[in-house]
Design a protein around this ligand. Structure first.
Ligand code: GLN
Length: 258
């Protein structure tokens, strides 16, 4: 009986140790802190849903490649929350996400409510029109039906034109794809949107073309946003971005997804 008790206790101790080890191992796995990025996966080639599997879960694109690398540099697990573009800043300030990576243009208005990283990409607004359109400059959009995406910088550009000159009538859509559909179906004459996304939306569509007007649209720079005052995270993100800008990671991602 004594012997049995001895064996039993050894078995118990071993079992306890094994449990402790596996629990410990499991714990380490789940304890890798998560870095949660908010994005709006409607903005190819920066972020879009790839149903076959993307860079992070089902999310793919230049920004997703950048987010993943930042997570690796910080030894954190990168997670993505897909949120409407218009609600991203609110989600950040609510603490729902740690940072925003969404092809987001750095501008004074947004700087009032978030802190931005160093710029990592330069873009410009362009106009998408039907191939046979007579719109050749931003001024030609006057009295035409303009489509923009709600909350994008394209909307503020058109709003500015409207305030300065009058006669610019626009409608704001929730998604870039919706605006493009309106154009293709002849329900609007022009879509104003970021350059690289415009190219992506047109793809091989023969009936659409891009019109640029550098005098009307200034270049814009994309940045990652963090909650105001979160300098600890911002510095880490900036260090990671600097490395990616210097070693060609971002250029390579742009080629891969562009
Ligand atoms: N660059 C534009 C902006 O910041 C559009 C960004 C986006 O749709 N993801 O408003």
């Amino acid at each position: 009986m004594k012997k049995f008790l001895k064996i039993a206790s050894v078995v118990l101790v071993v079992a306890a140790l094994v449990t402790a080890f596996t629990a410990c191992g499991g714990k380490q796995e789940t304890e890798k802190k998560a870095l949660v990025f908010g994005t709006n996966a409607e903005f190819p080639p920066f972020e879009f849903v790839n149903s076959e599997g993307g860079t992070i879960d089902k999310f793919d694109g230049i920004d997703m490649g950048i987010a993943k690398k930042i997570g690796e540099d910080l030894d954190m697990e990168t997670k993505i929350e897909n949120i409407e573009f218009d609600s991203l800043i609110v989600a950040l300030n609510n603490g729902q996400v740690d940072a925003l990576i969404a092809g987001m243009t750095i501008n004074e208005e947004r700087k009032q409510s978030v802190d931005f990283s160093i710029p990592y990409y330069t873009a410009v607004q362009v106009m998408i029109v039907k191939t046979d359109s007579d719109i050749k400059s931003a001024a030609d959009m006057k009295d035409k039906r303009i489509a923009v995406v709600q909350g994008y910088t394209g909307e503020s550009c058109v709003k500015d034109l409207a305030e300065k000159n009058g006669g610019y009538n626009y409608e704001a859509f929730k998604k870039g794809t919706e605006a493009i559909l309106e154009l293709e179906n002849g329900r609007c004459d022009v879509v104003v949107i970021d350059s690289i996304t415009a190219k992506n939306f047109i793809g091989d569509k023969q009936d659409l073309k891009i019109v640029e007007d550098s005098t009307a649209f200034e270049s814009e720079q994309y940045g990652i946003a963090v909650k105001k005052g979160n300098t600890e995270l911002l510095e880490k993100i900036n260090a990671s971005l600097e490395k990616m800008l210097a070693d060609g990671t971002i250029d390579n991602l742009a080629v891969k997804f562009g």
